[in-house]
Design a protein around this ligand. Structure first.
Ligand code: GZL
Length: 327
């Protein structure tokens, strides 16, 4: 009887293990390994490429098993990815919400599954902040304020045609995205103080180089006396430069350009005088994300918001900084 009972238990245990039951016996996966599901926005810009690289490299360095998806800037794809991570029973979910709204349902599903969620890069607009553990990223309103302040401080130089009016065209980021909404808000709150500055046209270029080029081409046809371009990221600013040069104008001189990000291509254009000022937005969130994930899973308290340190660059500062830029 006893032998039969022991044999029966052995069979049960091996069945459990074979069916994926957690058991250390013969299990080659280390139980301490954190499995993270990351739902990325897409690969729309140099910033996003650097952000993805940081997350993937730091997951490897931290021994985190990373499941990664690229949503091609579509919210429905990010929601599908989050649902698949819930089904896979990952330990933690992290993502950069492509837009601010429409997340409560899927985040509630994660909460009910007992899977903590960390927001990186972009925030969500939700009344229920229990749906995520923390937000790690930039203060986009401050980034917009820094861009506006440079223009106010350089308003005389920006009045390129000397008519006393500084006409700004704005290349907005993805419609509904936190950086697009907040960079616009911050910029407008500062230029409001200077009567001569006005935004005469504003349209989304979806954070892409091609989008920035196409919108700038239309602005050059529809708007007279453009003095300044305010682009919500370097990639759209670089697209605008192509359109400005194709129109026979000199970017950085005939039209002043202010952008956000400070990725290598943007810094190169700044150093050669085609862009006039860049506000940095740090994409290297990998180290802090892995650290926050470990703390959350260890049951440690983490701040509800972790804001990254960022700088700004003039043309002279770009010449100095460019050789050492990591991204
Ligand atoms: C900002 C990030 C933005 C970048 C763009 O944190 O979400 O998205 O500024 C990127 O370059 O596409």
């Amino acid at each position: 009887m006893k032998k039969t009972l022991i044999a029966a238990c052995a069979i049960t245990m091996s069945t459990l293990t074979a069916c994926g039951g957690s058991s250390s016996a013969g299990d080659d996966s280390n139980d301490d390994t954190i499995t993270m599901g990351f739902a990325q926005v897409g690969a729309e810009s140099g910033w996003r490429t650097a952000n993805t690289k940081s997350i993937q490299e730091e997951a490897k360095a931290a021994g985190v098993d990373l499941k990664f998806s690229d949503a091609q800037q579509k919210q429905e794809n990010q929601i599908k990815a989050i649902r698949s991570y819930i089904q896979q029973k990952v330990d933690v979910i992290a993502f950069s919400p492509v837009v601010e709204t429409g997340w409560d349902t899927v985040l509630l599903e994660a909460k009910r599954a007992g899977i903590p969620v960390i927001l990186t890069d972009r925030a969500v607009d939700s009344d229920d902040d229990s749906l995520y553990e923390t937000f790690l990223g930039s203060d986009f309103v401050l980034e917009g304020e820094k861009a506006g302040q440079w223009l106010v401080d350089n308003v005389a130089d920006a009045d390129v045609d000397g008519d006393g009016a500084v006409n700004v065209v704005e290349l907005q980021g993805t419609t509904g995205a936190a950086p697009a909404i907040d960079r616009k808000t911050g910029f407008e709150s500062v230029i409001f103080a200077e009567d001569s500055i006005s935004v005469v046209a504003s349209q989304t270029g979806d954070f892409t180089r091609d989008g920035g080029k196409k919108v700038m081409e239309s602005f050059l046809k529809s708007e007279k006396g453009i003095d300044v371009v305010y682009a919500h990221n370097d990639d759209m600013g670089l697209g605008a430069i192509e359109a400005i040069e194709a129109a026979g104008l000199t970017p950085g001189e005939d039209v002043k350009i202010i952008t956000v990000d400070a990725v290598k291509d943007g810094m190169a254009a700044l150093a050669e005088g085609k862009i006039n000022f860049i506000v940095e937005c740090n994409p290297l969130l990998g180290p802090q994300l892995m650290d926050l994930a470990k703390k959350v899973l260890a049951g440690e308290d983490v701040p509800k918001r972790v804001v990254t340190e960022e700088s700004t660059f003039t043309q002279e500062e770009a010449v100095e900084a460019l050789p050492d830029r990591q991204y």
